[in-house]
Design a protein around this ligand. Sequence first.
Ligand SMILES: O=C(O)CCC(=O)C(=O)O
Length: 312
Amino acid sequence: MEQVSAFKLPAGTQEAFQRDGAVCVRQLFSSEEVALLETGIEQNLRHPSPRAKVASRPDDPGWFFEDFCNWEDIDAYKAFIFESRVGHVAAQLMGSDTARLYHDHLLVKEANTRQRTPWHQDQPYYNVDGRQNCSMWMPIDPVARESTLEFVAGSHLGPWLMPRSFMDSQAQWFPEGTLSDLPDIEADRSAWNILGWELNPGDVVFFHMLTLHASGGVGATDVGVRSRCVSLVMTLPMHHGSGKHPRLPGTRSGTRGRGQDGTRAVPVALVQALIRGASVRMTGYLADEEANGRHRLCVIEERKSRAKPLIS
Ligand SMILES: O=C(O)CCC(=O)C(=O)O
């Protein structure tokens, strides 16, 4: 494996990420790394966790499946996360010497899935504070322009907007009226600077957790094609658990030792990479064995108790 620290992003990539809140990096990963992730995805599909869910409606001709926080159980995910360039690249984009894994997220849309992922920001759904964060969205199947993840350029510089459940638009994370609702982007797409890239295996998209994004189903121009994708969310140590929202099932509280909510210690794994003399660190949060796939709501004290740096 190459020395990951030696890798330099193409000129202008970090500037584009900071300006637009989303950037595409072509052929960041080798065919071996794509195959590694494919091995992990297929294992994940054979052995879904209790957090897995079907996001498509029963009448959808396809099938949209999601699962979360499985890197500890799936060696191929673990190898990709800890041995590839991803932590190094995330740190560069965030303007940081470190990167910490918040969670892995599997998204599989079988051929002809109509289900759209509606416009949303990620951060209001997560227990993550601060502005230095990024998510990597990596398909291992070709993605047509019509089916790709789309972003409103510059929207990461705006405020937190109301997170709602995708299926029935309920405000489950913040009380109604406490955050502004999203604008209706689909009503007049020409009013927005919408970015989106046709992608091939090895290409990836990085985006900020406040960037407004959405995606189509599969089946318009890519009939018969399934879409398998892994998304990794990364942030800085001090930003997990200090957020405005309780933690996501499957992630652990960000302190060492036993947390007030009964969680166990957070293990730390070092990625063997150096940036400007500092190590890139990615920390994974243990899977939550009692999680039942539902969002656990409103542990307000947890926010306060975690409002301190979490560097182990
Ligand atoms: O792939 C999709 O349909 C949506 C992905 C997404 O919203 C995310 O990774 O945050």
